[in-house]
Design a protein around this ligand. Sequence first.
Ligand SMILES: C[S@@+](CC[C@H](N)C(=O)[O-])C[C@H]1O[C@@H](n2cnc3c(N)ncnc32)[C@H](O)[C@@H]1O
Ligand code: SF4
Length: 483
Amino acid sequence: MNKLTYSYSGPLPLGSVVAHYCGAAGLTTYKENPMWRLAGQEDEHQYVLSVYRDGQFIAIFTGAHTNEGRLQIGGQLLRLLRTHRGLPPLGDWGTLVGVRPTKLFHKLWDKLGSAEAAVDCLRQQYEVTEPKIDLLQQVATLQRPYVAPNAKADRMVSVYGGIPFCQTHCTYCSFPYGLIQDYKRVPQFVEAFVKDSQHLQRVIAEYELQLSTLYLGGGTPTSLSDADFETIVSSLAELQGPNVTTNALEFTVEAGRPDSVTPHKLRAMERVGVNRISINPQSMHDFILKAIGRGHTAKAIRDLYRYVRQHTSFQVNMDFIAGLPYQTEGHMIENMDYICQAMPENVTIHTLALKRGSPLYEGVGREAMPEEQAVEAMVAYCKGRLEAAGYVPYYVYRQQYMTSQTENIGYTLPGHVCEYNIRIMEERQSILSVGPGSSSKWMRAPEYRQLQQHMPKDVSVYIDTLDTLLGKRSQLCKQFWEG
Ligand SMILES: C[S@@+](CC[C@H](N)C(=O)[O-])C[C@H]1O[C@@H](n2cnc3c(N)ncnc32)[C@H](O)[C@@H]1O
Ligand code: SF4
């Protein structure tokens, strides 16, 4: 019997709710011999969920044949699963299990007319606890100027470019692409990416769109050679129009792995108007970095950060993960000692999520993962320490398989928010994307999700079918801006 696992059979809409609530209770799906078996049924009036544990019938839940009915079943299931795990029936997040809690906050704010009314709803309907409500209210209030309904927002877009390569595979990452050194068609990939960007440039001109932010992520964009990286970053920069270097548009590049960043790449970024980069330690301890397959040292992070501060004017973000194998609260204190001395403009604290398809999920280092309580203590410590140093939280999200009652929080020094992170999280502005595995979403108030296009994850399929994909993008743009 595989502990903390479940399987589900039944109608899809109920299945997606079940997946969210099981994830929130710390369960992962497993087809062979799961501990929990969940069987859904529906008729035109109601949904029914039967729950079995270790082959024994435990409970049956029913709800109306509506979204609310499914959520009601989800709430009952969450209470049952948590109780069986020896936990209180609900945790700090109550029955709120979505990955974007502030998105719900803004929706309630629009519908009910004020932040206070949204707070009441979270308290009463979702049973969210006060510390989480305070966090959501603080973040939503800071974000509000970016997301409040705005008639002119239709023609504002952000652009994401995705580079599907890394140099090694981090054990916690379910990143679906290949290692750059193994891929044989990198020149064709670069050519296709540039063609994709140029198509977007024509779209921006044709529909007179205003660019809001640019973001080059992945994967590891800087895993490309100097020359290929320069070609790619320049092709995205072209979208800013002719005044590239004088333009104040926010333009971020993920330079997550210090062993992939060179002075040439940094100069190329400066030349084309990049003004924010992400250097991601995850941990400042070499034995942990080694255990997670990261392939760089803490010294490499320190050296790169110092170099970037001396030679560029980039704003810097740094990502950390709480809950990595072998990590203790003492390690997290040392991570924050470094941050509070370095003071990058942005810091993101993630909680380790077990992602299906990652080596960690398959067992690599899983036995060395710290207990949930220790992880919660690390996250709480980071929050207190960062706030004492002057950082404020500016975006929040949760992950489906997050075992603890924590969340991922992006912190900023006042006045340095990354607008793109707000745009991608709150989903109120269209984001058009370039590169394999990237998604474009066309948004319009009041529903905010109208059309989407997902590029194939397989790099070779992307290269070989690009003309058809761009044709489809042209159609979607026409439908959205002319329809
Ligand atoms: C989309 S990833 C890309 C960042 C970049 N490729 C890197 O690794 O430096 C953004 C961040 O998410 C976090 N992350 C990735 N996988 C995670 C997981 N399984 N659990 C928690 N955080 C994770 C890491 O902190 C990572 O830097
Ligand atoms: S965490 Fe980042 S660097 Fe590591 S494999 Fe995933 S995308 Fe690549």
